[in-house]
Every structure is written in C-alpha cells, then in structure tokens.
Design a protein around this ligand. Structure first.
Ligand code: NAD
Ligand code: MG
Length: 382
C-alpha cells in the first residue's frame, strides 16, 4: 500500500490522480489533500478518500471545511503554513505536486525536505528553482518522477540508457488551438477560444501556456533539470496528433519513443506505480486506427514565448523565475480580459530584457526576482 498526498487535488491533475487511485483500491491510500478555495469539491474528496490531513490555502474557508468534516477524524489546516504541513505530512510515501504556477514551489520543496518522493506535474517549480530543487532532492535521496506527459515518456525511454548515448531529447507539442490560424488573427482571440485545447483537457493557465507555447518553453527548462542535459540537446517538434509524447534520439541513429492515448491518467498511473507497472484500466491506444503521425519544427516567430524560454533557461540564475512570473501575471491579465493574447509575449520580453539576473540564486533571491517581475509586468498589463 502506497500512501499518497495530492497537492492541488481539486484541479485537473488532482482529479485525474484520484481517478487512478480509485481504480487501484488495494495499492494506494490517500493521506493528504490540498486545495486553494474549492470547498465543495475538497470536502467531497475528503469524505470519499478519507485522508488524515486536508489543507485549504484560503484561510477564510477553513472554518467551513472544518465544520463539514466534523467528526470524521481528519485534521483541517489552512494558509501557507497549513499547505506546508500537509505537503510534509510524514506518513506519505509520495506527494503528487499538482498545484498550478509558482504557488507549487514552497510546498513541493517542503515535501522534498521531508524526504518524500515526488510525482511532479507542477513544472513551474523546476522553471523557478530547478537547481535548488534537484540539489535538495539529491541530498535527501528523494526521487522525482515526472507526470508531465512528455517528461514521463522520456523518463521511461531513458531507463537503462547511459547519458553519453543520448544525442537529443525531443519534446512533442500539440501546437495548441491556434496552430492553423493565420498569425494576423492571433491578437483577437478570446480567453474562451484559447482554453479550448484540441487534445488535452487541462486547467485554464496551462491551456493558455499551450496556445502561446510557453508551456513547451517551460518543459524545455523542466527537461534540462530532470534529465541533467544541456539546452542544445533539448528539441521541440509540433506533433498535432499528440500520440507520441516524447522521443529520445540516440547517437547510433536509433530513436526511442513512448506512445499512448492522450489521457493524463496514463502518465499519472505510471508515476504512482513506479517502479512497478500495473495493468491499465483505460482502453488502450488503437494503433490500427492511426493513419498519420506528423512532426514539424515550430516557427519561433509565431511562438516567440518558446524562444524567450530557451533564452531565459540558457541565461539561468533568476531569469527563468522572472520569465515564469511575467508569464503568470500576463496570462492572468489575459484571462481576465485586461490584455490581448499577443500582449502576453510582448510583456514577457519587456520584463526579461529589463532583468539583471543573479546567478546561483538562493530561494530568497528567486522569490524576490519573482515579485519584482510581477510588479514590472503589472505595470504593463492594461
Ligand atoms: P488546475 O487549475 O486545474 O488546478 C490547480 C490546482 O492548484 C487546484 O487544485 C487549485 O486548488 C490549486 N491551487 C491553485 N492556486 C493555488 C494556490 N495559490 N495555493 C494552493 N493551491 C492552489 O491546474 P492543472 O491543469 O491541474 O495543472 C496543475 C499543474 O500541472 C500545472 O503546473 C500544470 O502546468 C501541470 N500540468 C498539467 C497538465 C494537465 O493536463 N492539466 C499536464 C501536465 C502538467
Ligand atoms: Mg506537457
């Protein structure tokens, strides 16, 4: 029996993780659940899965959660301190890091410091503080198993492959909802059109990131840290069918790939059961029905965010944290109709151009670069 805590249990990754857990009642037990503000869903999940601890970040809602869970022998905690307490709850064997954005960094770090293995969906954690996270994980002998589908695929390809045999790692990208839209129309796309992803059903923020391809840019940085590989060996190909999730090109001309249905429950099941494998409960990919698998290089003019992410990643230090904070601020402003879709990349460029990065930053320096970038971006979001 593996004890699992889910950070961000009410989100897209969180609910998919609970779906996997529900299908393996003899293998997993939920020890902790956390959410930002969705009381109704959090309470329903707690009643169904009976964790020992539940955290709600929004402190005003903690009383409501407590009263709804009264008599159920579940500890209810709140605020950032509560989130940290739940993340580091010592009975967990694995913490699923499924909070969206920079809010995932501190609790993920807390789980690592407590020596708990991580199934990582929250890529922003590695974008902001990849160096620190990996160092801490190594020190505590904590395993980080990627949930992000591309990295999960590459992780599986790389088992038993020596690093010197790798020529390139290739992340596939769907190209998002505007892949075939003429570039001149991008400035008028609405938030509703943007979050309608053609292949994946995800939270709003990552859906916008997919449309700008900042998501893939973040994944390039994520891959650099997870697989300890230089940026010139991390490539991106647009693959609209979203069936090949990641590829590894070896020096002898062979390619390895992982193919599966476009469903996050597949990489989540892998991460939860790792290093074991369990019989899947979803219909398998019908290879006979696949008529076409296509790949093409992304046009950096169309997707400037992808090139900013490479630039920020190569610069290193506090630059990726600034990239992330500027993106988060701009995406939020776009989703609340304050700016246009094309303003997102413009704002990010202005802010990273202005930043003087600190190399080998400490956590405090990363957090202060993050808040500087938010303030700079907000000045541009109107
Ligand atoms: P989501 O918006 O659906 O869910 C986010 C979760 O985080 C919710 O449970 C919410 O309560 C919690 N949360 C939000 N703000 C918080 C805060 N300030 N403090 C504490 N908790 C907070 O997002 P998602 O699509 O599930 O994505 C989660 C993470 O997984 C992101 O980093 C995303 O990039 C990554 N990811 C998602 C998918 C996917 O298919 N959804 C795929 C790969 C990677
Ligand atoms: Mg991904």
């Amino acid at each position: 029996m593996k004890n699992i805590t889910i950070l961000g249990s009410t989100g897209s990754i969180g609910t998919s993780t609970l779906d996997v857990i529900e299908n393996f009642p003899d293998d997993f037990k939920v020890t902790g659940l956390t959410a930002n503000s969705n009381v109704e869903l959090l309470v329903q999940q707690a009643i169904k899965f009976r964790p020992e601890i539940v955290a709600i970040t929004n402190s005003e809602k903690a009383k409501l959660v407590s009263s709804r869970l009264k008599g159920k022998k579940i500890e209810v905690v709140s605020g950032i301190e509560g989130l940290i307490k739940a993340a580091s709850f010592e009975k967990a064997d694995l913490v699923v890091s499924g909070i969206v954005g920079s809010a995932g960094l501190i609790p993920t770090m807390a789980a690592i410091e407590a020596g708990i293995n991580i199934a990582l969906a929250n890529k922003e954690t590695l974008v902001m503080a990849g160096g620190l996270i990996l160092k801490e994980a190594k020190k505590r002998k904590v395993k980080i198993i990627p949930i992000d589908s591309e990295h999960n695929a590459i992780f599986q390809c790389l088992e038993n492959i020596r690093p010197k045999f790798i020529k390139n790692i290739i992340l596939t990208a769907s190209g998002g909802p505007f892949l075939n839209l003429e570039k001149k129309f991008l400035k008028n796309v609405t938030p509703a059109e943007t979050v309608k992803h053609p292949r994946w059903k995800m939270g709003a923020k990552i859906s916008v990131d997919s449309a700008t391809m900042m998501n893939k840019g973040f994944e390039v940085i994520e891959a650099k840290y997870l697989f300890d590989i230089s940026f010139d060996k991390v490539k991106v190909l647009i693959h609209p069918e979203s069936i090949v999730h990641g590829l590894v090109e070896l020096i002898d001309g062979n390619f390895m790939a992982v193919l599966s249905r476009t469903d996050m429950r597949i990489p989540i099941q892998h991460a939860l059961t790792y290093p074991e494998k369990k019989k899947g409960y979803l219909p398998s990919l019908d290879m006979n029905s696949i008529k076409n698998l296509s790949f093409k290089e992304p046009d950096m003019d169309r997707y400037p965010c992808l090139s900013y992410a490479y630039r920020a990643g190569i610069t290193g230090g506090t630059m990726p944290a600034v990239l992330n904070a500027a993106n988060e601020t701009a995406v939020h402003s776009f989703l609340t109709n304050k700016i246009k879709f094309t303003d997102i990349s413009r704002i990010i460029k202005t802010v990273i151009d202005k930043h003087d990065p600190v190399s080998n930053p400490r956590l405090e320096e990363i957090l202060s670069a993050d808040s500087w970038a938010r303030k700079e971006s907000e000045k541009l979001c109107f």
